[in-house]
Design a protein around this ligand. Structure first.
Ligand code: GLC
Ligand code: CA
Length: 563
């Protein structure tokens, strides 16, 4: 007997009813949705997304089936790096709303059973932060300069930077200041833009201030923090020259003198004691680019943070063998520290995975060509079902549930990514994944807001909108909804810390987890495998006959062995 299954949707389970039954440690298998506030929804028609826009769309997120929302920064900021340059850690930028809006957003989210994680940016402040402005104004010798990394320059007249470090955004990592008397003076360190001076974490005032900022947001009711550049806080003693190292690699094999220094772990052990003073299961997640998953595991030891992003996974091509290796290594690295693995395919810093997979492998995470869009989308859908079948927690970046491609052809004059303007940065094209998302088929900015949008949306965006995809069989949005619903009804999805690999043809990954089986065909050809049980979900058209299943190229299938 031949049965034709297209992409199928399992019975919808009301998310809320399921959620209340969930066991503790919600974060161990949580699906966490990243909202980039600038680009999610604009409530007041100024072309810029805002907190009220997010609040109004919370029911959409609840219905999507996610567990928590991570909000990129919405703090007071001159926006030199889209809010990752914070001038006041305790204030909301007027462009996003105010503290009452933040409070209302958190309360409403909790009412819907969603948790809220906010971004914390401790590696650097804005150059408009009160401390830095005063440090500059008071001149050399000001005690406030000790809270940052000020140094005299090298060379006869101090005209050369204190060391050879380069900024991640391109150019030297040092900027020379003009002293209050008008003379060319000291230099300060900024691993990112010049508007983002690095804090000196050896200074006790910095640690005190951040523990107080943690309490401020915990008191308001947030459920956790995503820690920006968590690997960067502590610099090697003496700020030694790098020499001939390849400077700009975030995922290299070497430990850099400004990244992943052992001293950062003291900071996180202290933070953990603060967090543990608060009721409820609140969490920290580290943005830590480290040379290996083993070093990433150091951030999630039992007395430190809860999760760390798995950038090795994000950087892996759509290739069965490479994926299997990174999955195994991740699970092995996390097991001894007892932390859940995390999985992520897209965020606000990398080319969206529908476009990465549309291009040939080996190009990294910053891609400037559209590639084969249909192929990219097919692989992206398959990659998502694979990710959501793995044990641990998964991160979804706004718009990936619509299968959005990166906008690779933004005109130069609308670009805002600071790295773009600093030349040879490895990631000057991040605006392409930050284009406001489409909510409706037509209308002003496709439902993003009542006026335009801060980055132009491409033609055809409306066909990818939430409106166009809702209830449409086979749409990427419905695929995500079905997958997230299945994570609630199938206890073996997401839980645990291992997978049992099954024999599979070349280019195919197959694994079992209890009563659940996932098969991902990464090869460019269709393949035939066993039909492992009742088909739960597939990212493409699967045909089953006589106990076998035919998977088209770049397709992932979920089965359950329960009847
Ligand atoms: C992190 C953020 C990125 C930002 C950088 C500097 O990598 O994700 O967007 O530019 O830190 O704060
Ligand atoms: Ca707005």
């Amino acid at each position: 007997m031949t049965q034709q299954h297209s992409v199928i949707a399992p019975a919808q389970t009301p998310a809320k009813a399921q959620r209340s039954d969930r066991r503790g440690d919600w974060w161990r298998d949580a699906v966490i949705y990243q909202v980039y506030p600038r680009s999610f929804a604009d409530s007041n028609g100024d072309g810029m997304g805002d907190l009220e826009g997010v609040r109004a769309r919370l029911p959409y997120l609840r219905d999507l089936g996610i567990d928590a929302v991570w909000l990129s920064p919405f703090y007071a900021s001159p926006q030199a790096d889209a809010g990752y340059d914070v001038a006041d850690y305790r204030a909301v930028d007027p462009m996003f709303g105010n503290l009452l809006d933040a409070d209302a957003l958190i309360r409403d989210a909790h009412g819907l059973g969603l948790r809220i994680i906010v971004d914390l940016v401790p590696n650097h402040s804005s150059d408009q932060h009160e401390w830095f402005k005063r440090a500059l104004g008071e001149g050399p010798g000001s005690p406030l300069r000790e809270r940052y990394h000020f140094r005299p320059g090298k060379g006869e007249h101090g005209e050369l930077p204190p060391n050879d470090w380069e900024s991640i955004f391109g150019g030297p990592a040092w900027t020379r200041v003009t002293e209050p008397d008008g003379s060319a003076g000291e230099w300060y360190l900024h691993l990112f833009a010049p508007e983002q001076p690095d804090f000196n974490w050896e200074h006790p005032a910095v640690g005190d201030e951040f523990r107080s900022i943690l309490r401020f947001w915990l008191d308001i009711g947030v459920d956790g923090f995503r820690i920006d550049v968590a690997h960067g806080l502590v610099k090697a003693e003496g700020l030694p020259d790098l020499g001939s190292h390849d400077q700009l690699k975030l995922l290299g094999n070497d430990v850099m003198p400004f990244f992943d220094q052992d001293g950062v772990h003291d900071v996180y052990r202290q933070w953990r004691t603060v967090l543990d003073e608060y009721a409820g299961e609140r969490i920290f997640v580290a943005e830590a680019w480290t040379p290996t998953v083993e070093r990433t595991a150091n951030y999630v030891r039992p007395d430190e943070l809860h999760q760390a992003f798995n950038f090795q996974y994000l950087s892996t091509d759509w290739d069965a063998e490479e994926l299997r290796t990174v999955v195994d290594r991740t699970l092995e690295a996390m097991r001894p520290v007892g932390a859940p693995a995390t999985w992520v395919l897209s965020n606000h810093d990398v080319t969206r995975h529908a476009t990465r997979f549309a291009n040939p492998p080996g190009l990294g995470t910053q891609i400037r060509t559209a590639g084969d869009r249909e192929l990219g989308l097919r692989r992206a859908r398959a990659a998502t079902l694979l990710m959501l079948a793995l044990p641990g927690s998964a991160y979804v970046y706004q718009g990936e549930e619509l299968g959005l491609p990166d906008v690779v052809d933004l005109p130069d004059e609308v670009r805002q990514d600071p790295a773009y303007f600093r030349g040879a940065g490895q990631d000057g094209f991040r605006d392409g994944c930050r284009v406001p998302i489409p909510w409706t088929r037509d209308g002003s900015s496709y439902g993003f807001g009542s006026a335009g949008s801060w980055l132009p949306q491409p033609d055809g965006w409306g066909e990818l909108s939430i409106e166009a995809q809702t209830g449409t069989p086979g749409s990427t949005l419905e695929l995500y909804r079905s997958a997230l619903a299945a994570r609630r009804t199938q206890p073996d999805l997401g839980a645990g810390d291992s997978v049992e690999w099954l024999r599979a043809p070349e280019g195919v990954l197959a694994f079992r987890r209890g009563e659940f089986v996932c098969v991902a065909n990464t090869s460019g050809e269709s393949v035939t495998t066993s039909a492992y049980g009742r088909l739960l979900l597939a990212s493409g058209e699967v045909t089953e006959a006589d106990g076998e299943a035919k998977l088209p190229a770049d397709t992932t299938v979920w089965w359950t062995t329960t009847p």
